[in-house]
Design a binder for this molecule. Structure first.
Ligand SMILES: Nc1ncnc2c1ncn2[C@@H]1O[C@H](COP(=O)(O)OP(=O)(O)O)[C@@H](O)[C@H]1O
Ligand SMILES: [Mg+2]
Length: 370
């Protein structure tokens, strides 16, 4: 294990409640390197905050171990872990100035006056808060408050930076700006960042790697590109970006791929297989042994008379002009839902109500197989 790596093994959390036990986190295993920007991503209630709080020492661990820099964190009190935390609520002290809020951790650690002032001024300036040092949180905008909470978390050079949905209360434009800033600070400091979010675009844009959670379980750990291109389950495929599902039966499978026969009898060529989970098959309404998953930007539409119907065909229901792209919804009996197609280069001859052929290149057809 390297110097500042985080190593989580068999981590579980069960809350005992009046309605019985709640399994918030189930057997999570993770290795994160000391300079990585790592996001915990998943829908609300899937255990992200609980995982982060166990690492921070704010929540007890039901089972498993958390080692950081070769030390078992369970043996350290929360204050000894030297972690910088940023929450969705900012949690600034309302009766303290911006300066005092940012200086809080340094005062706790009894850092000398001179050094403290230098450090706080430097950080506040770096975060674009110069001139606001004497203000109180109530006189700041949401974005400024958030930056103060980041300054407070960074002031004492934490060994690890933990952020729990830190941008959730900001408007869309500021969110994009702040996430870039957080990423830049993290890379400048070279400190491990664990970033909790339910926003897949946010996770994709800032992370080195992403851990995708579902109901307390870690479903996949990979780079943003990898989870998008090679999702390991239907849940991940569906949660990250948009995707269309075509149930079918695998024929003539060999090392190079296979043909999949769809409901209508039409065929689709696939080049890659993942395992199809039995529960997910039911959850996603897959009425065959297998399912072919295709991203909207990987389907090409061409008008068809209906006679060349060997492959996939459908009827265009709706065309949405979205500026940089055009989105089509196509009714297709082979798919579990209306098929979504996106292109930056819309064919002029495809209109609403038109019969179309849907073409997919083999390398863009992911096959999940029982
Ligand atoms: N203190 C608690 N007592 C009981 N159940 C809790 C507590 N904290 C969280 N939970 C439950 O644990 C699950 C995971 O919660 P959480 O970690 O907050 O999810 P997320 O941050 O992904 O939205 C949820 O079902 C939630 O209701
Ligand atoms: Mg949460």
């Amino acid at each position: 294990m390297k110097q500042r790596d985080l190593h989580i093994r068999g981590l579980s959390k069960v809350f005992e409640t009046s309605e019985g036990p709640v399994h918030a986190v189930r057997d999570v295993n993770l290795e994160i390197s000391g300079d990585e920007f790592f996001s915990l991503l998943g829908p609300s209630g899937c255990g992200k905050t609980t995982t982060l709080r166990m690492i921070a020492g704010l929540e007890t661990v039901t089972a498993g171990t958390i080692d950081f820099a070769g030390r078992n964190l369970a043996r350290l009190a929360s204050a000894e872990r030297n972690l910088g935390m940023v929450f969705q609520s900012y949690a600034l002290f309302p009766h303290m100035s911006v300066f005092e809020n940012a200086a809080y951790g340094l005062r706790l650690r009894k850092v000398g006056q001179r050094q403290l002032a230098d450090r706080v001024h430097q950080l506040l300036d770096a975060l674009g808060l110069e001139g606001l040092h004497m203000r109180y949180p109530s006189d700041l905008s949401g974005g400024q408050q958030q930056r103060v909470s980041i300054a407070r978390a960074l002031a004492y050079d934490p060994d690890m930076f933990l952020l729990d949905e830190p941008l959730a209360n900001l408007d869309a434009k500021l969110r994009v700006q702040m996430r870039e800033e957080i990423r830049r600070i993290q890379k400048d400091l070279g400190v491990l960042a664990l970033y909790v979010t339910h926003d897949q675009e946010e996770a994709m844009s800032v992370s080195d790697r992403i851990g995708v959670f579902k109901l307390g379980r870690l479903m996949q750990v990979a780079s943003p590109t990898e989870v998008y291109r090679h999702p390991a389950s239907l849940f991940v495929a569906d949660f990250i970006g948009k995707i269309n599902f075509f149930p079918g039966d695998v024929l003539n499978a060999d090392r190079a791929g296979a043909s999949v026969r769809l409901r209508s009898g039409g065929m689709i060529e696939v080049g890659r297989f993942e395992r199809l989970d039995a529960d997910e098959r039911i959850e996603f309404g897959i009425d065959r042994d297998s399912v072919v998953a295709v991203r909207p930007e990987h389907i090409r539409l061409t008008p068809t008379s209906g006679e060349d119907a060997a492959g996939l065909t459908g009827t265009v229901r709706r065309i949405l002009f979205l500026g940089s792209i055009v989105r089509y919804f196509v009714a297709c009996e082979d798919a579990t839902k209306e098929v979504m197609v996106e292109t930056a280069d819309p064919p002029a001859d495809v209109t609403e109500g038109e019969r179309v052929r849907l073409d997919v290149r083999r390398e863009h057809a992911l096959c999940f197989r029982s």
